[in-house]
Design a protein around this ligand. Sequence first.
Ligand code: 5AD
Ligand code: SF4
Length: 439
Amino acid sequence: MNVYDTERMVDVMAPEGYDQVNTPEGADLVVLNTCHIREKAAEKVYSDIGRIRKMKDAKKKRGEEMVLAVGGCVAQAEGAQIMKRAPIVDMVFGPQTYHNLPKMVEKSISLKERGQKSRILDTDLSVDEKFQQLSKKAVKKKSTAFLTIQEGCDKFCTYCVVPYTRGAEFSRDIEDVMEDAKKLAAAGVVEVTLLGQNVNAYHGRSKGSDEWGLPELIRQLAKVDGFERIRYTTSHPHDMTDELVKVHADVKECMPYLHLPVQSGSDKILKAMNRSHNSSSYKKIINQLREIKPDIAISGDFIVGFPGETDEDFEETMKLVRSVTYAQAYSFKFSPRPGTPAAIMDGQVPEEVKSLRLTRLQALLKEQQIAFNKSVVGKTLPVLIENTGKTEGSAFGRSPYMQAVQVNIGDASFDDLNGKIFNVNIKESGPFNIQGVLA
Ligand code: 5AD
Ligand code: SF4
């Protein structure tokens, strides 16, 4: 979602004459769009600020100004501390106020010109106005795009900052989503990824009286001319309804890939996490999905070392992974986030134990990812070509299962292939990608 938000920041600044550059060196405006989900992400912000400070000072010596802004969830959670700890920062804004970026930048510059203190803090949490403002922007030509349909979360998993930094669950109105979707299709988008922290809790209202859940939204989006692939992320097992499972079988545009975080295989830990599923209800969903869509690729998120996690609890996670078998996954050491219940729970697990468990879990997940990639060797898969490849005569694309694919395109011109779907004979596989030739 931060990638999506960053793209929107570029959109809102474009009419002001700002363009995206590849390096912060010499830029007139630098925005650090931050993530607060785990400790490392927050620490990174301060080291980045230190790095940018040197560039800002160098620019000042040349008599020019650089505006330094910190946006995103670290800004939302620690805005006042950032202002205090890093006086070099001109502007701090949360994930729900970045549509005001042009006004904030203008204000900061004009205050500076008048020699006044020019620092701005805007961490309001109301979402609706943001989407209203953003929808008015034109869309650049491209083949894949994110589309935020839902934001925030009311689930309050005990380890998670999202309900505090992104705010309460909010679903965008149906008409607004459909209007944005049609603009994307008109700009050449072939694959759309619907975004939300709790995307399958989507319940958009219509200006009439309808209310659509995610299943209906996907069915309607599949009818939009141009969309050949629809994905959605991130889902919660609690909201994985039978109807949504069925969409994977009925709607050919709905890709055979699902990111469905489980977090742990221990029912005791899942309860302490305030997840409203247990290991068997999770496995039941996976079985239902595989029954109607046998080739569906499953991805997940895991946290090891949650407070109170014993060796036996961790073995339950390993057992669940062996029984589900993942095509790919993300796994993390539990990171106590200030203000969340789990941060002060009894039974905090020592770092060394977390590290050992993470190493074992990641080895198993990697093994499964390698096996999944190997399982498509010898098959012909439709690949959406998205970029040039690493070498001359090759292109980069994605399989329906989200695998990164290096495609040998021979003498074909990349520009002719870009943004279109082609059949590719898969010849080789590795842990992180698969390789093939145009069929
Ligand atoms: N510590 C470790 N991992 C976390 N996640 C969320 N909060 C924490 C935390 N405090 C992970 C979860 C979630 C993913 C986006 O980040 O696995 O699904
Ligand atoms: Fe965080 Fe996801 Fe739980 Fe919401 S459902 S609190 S976003 S982990």
